[in-house]
Design a binder for this molecule. Structure first.
Ligand SMILES: [Zn+2]
Length: 434
């Protein structure tokens, strides 16, 4: 039996002027365990045990919960974790559960202090709740599943614990603010598989899109939903690169080509589907870019911190082609630009059908409509010369939503809720949005 563990990816997310995630500190800076991170871990694990003590009997028809017997072990390069299944553990910036010794071990030197510093203590709690979720799988006798299922189930269990925290039951955390939730989701994005990993690969954990879905499902539907996950009912969007050339480019089109093809595709999508929404034809919407200063418009409907807009009276969409577009492309990837265009076209569609794009419900409707276009990209016949999604694209959309969602122009809607609305459109298509 091998150790189940989370693997830290390397995605540096920051978008100037949008108040996004701070870049992770340089590796190696924070040597030595910090008392605060260790304290957060201990408090979190105690609280996760409190949660399972109450939840486990409900999940199993009354069986008593047996807490972890092998303890919680911080490790560093100098002081390694205990052996797992008779094998010495090699230092890695990780956290893991060892089924053989029934213990949880975590990197007290780099990973956990860094996660706490960059994303806040709540993410540390979620990581520990995830690891504890693997101990729950052992207790439920549910470990004979593909790794990707086990990992997403553990994410879902972490979400179920967080729902309990949000309900005010935790002894370790106060009810999280939406900013703290957004930080936690941003942290999960860091802990995703590298794009292009096949969901069937040994050790695959899932892309961020799928992992965040599992996490939010746990929050919204509880541990019972998580316990029902198996290989037959779990929707997995993670795909490998189709060939070596795609892998080499990271699946990204050149910037100018990406803008042109994505805008054309969105136009074609809405031409096809808009008559179902509004009982009339879609007139092509003009797409403009500007350099720093937005074009004049009497009634702009702005997004992405004001760097992009749909102009209702002028009936055009525009974005900052000097800063915003290239930054999204360079720092996140081509589908972050796709997310921006998806958002702008969705604003146009929502407005043209006479519905609101403002306030919480308007914003979430826009995100769902943007997701419906992604659904079309994801589900269309892949044989033609059409655009199609590459591995990592859905994660880029999530990263872009985190970047936009933390602006102050969205009626106070959290990125957490925006991602949830977007995913609804992605997984179920246009029908679910209206
Ligand atoms: Zn795991």
């Amino acid at each position: 039996m091998r150790a189940l563990r989370i693997v830290a990816g390397v995605l540096v997310l920051s978008l100037a002027g949008c108040g996004v995630v701070p870049a992770p500190s340089e590796p190696g800076r924070s040597a030595g365990p910090t008392a605060t991170a260790t304290d957060t871990v201990t408090r979190s694990l105690r609280d996760v045990e409190r949660y399972w003590k109450a939840e486990f009997p409900a999940l199993t028809g009354g069986k008593r919960f047996r807490p972890i017997t092998g303890g919680f072990h911080p490790y560093t390069e100098r002081k390694p974790a205990p052996d797992c299944a008779g094998e010495a553990t090699v230092y890695q910036p990780n956290a893991f559960y060892c089924p053989d010794g029934d213990f949880i071990a975590w990197d007290a030197q780099k990973l956990i202090p860094q996660l706490q510093q960059d994303y806040g203590p709540l993410l540390v709690g979620v990581v520990m709740a995830h690891e504890y979720g693997h101990a729950i799988q052992v207790r439920l006798g549910r470990t004979r599943q593909p790794t990707v299922v086990l990992e997403q189930q553990a994410d879902c269990y972490a979400g179920a614990w967080l729902a309990d925290v949000r309900a005010g039951h935790s002894t370790a955390f106060r009810k999280p603010t939406s900013g703290q939730l957004d930080n936690t989701v941003a942290g999960l994005l860091m802990l995703r598989d590298q794009p292009g990993t096949s969901a069937r690969a040994q050790g695959a954990h899932g892309n961020a899109f799928d992992r965040i879905r599992a996490f939010q499902e746990g929050i919204q539907q509880g541990a019972k939903k998580c316990a029902g996950y198996d290989a037959n009912n779990l929707q997995v969007t993670e795909v490998p690169f189709s060939d070596a050339r795609e892998a080499e480019s990271g699946g990204d089109l050149p910037y100018d080509k990406a803008i042109t093809l994505l805008a054309q595709d969105a136009q074609a999508y809405w031409t096809r589907t808009f008559p179902d929404l509004a009982d009339r034809q879609w007139q092509p919407v003009r797409v403009e870019t500007f350099d720093g200063r937005a074009p004049s418009c009497a009634d702009p409907d702005t997004t992405a911190g004001g760097a992009a807009l749909y102009c209702r009276s002028g009936d055009f969409i525009a974005f900052d082609g000097q800063n915003l577009g290239p930054q999204l492309y360079d720092r996140i990837g081509d589908f972050a630009v796709g997310m921006l265009l998806g958002d702008l076209f969705a604003r146009a569609a929502q407005d043209r059908r006479g519905a609101s794009t403002s306030g919480r419900s308007g914003q979430l409707a826009v995100d769902c409509l943007a997701g419906s276009w992604t659904n079309d990209l994801l589900t269309r016949d892949q044989n033609g010369n059409d655009l199609r999604l590459s591995p990592g694209d859905l994660d880029e959309a999530v990263a872009a939503l985190l970047a936009f969602g933390r602006g102050r122009d969205n009626g106070g809607v959290s990125a957490f809720d925006r991602i949830s609305a977007y995913r609804k459109g992605v997984l179920e298509g246009l029908g679910i949005c209206v």
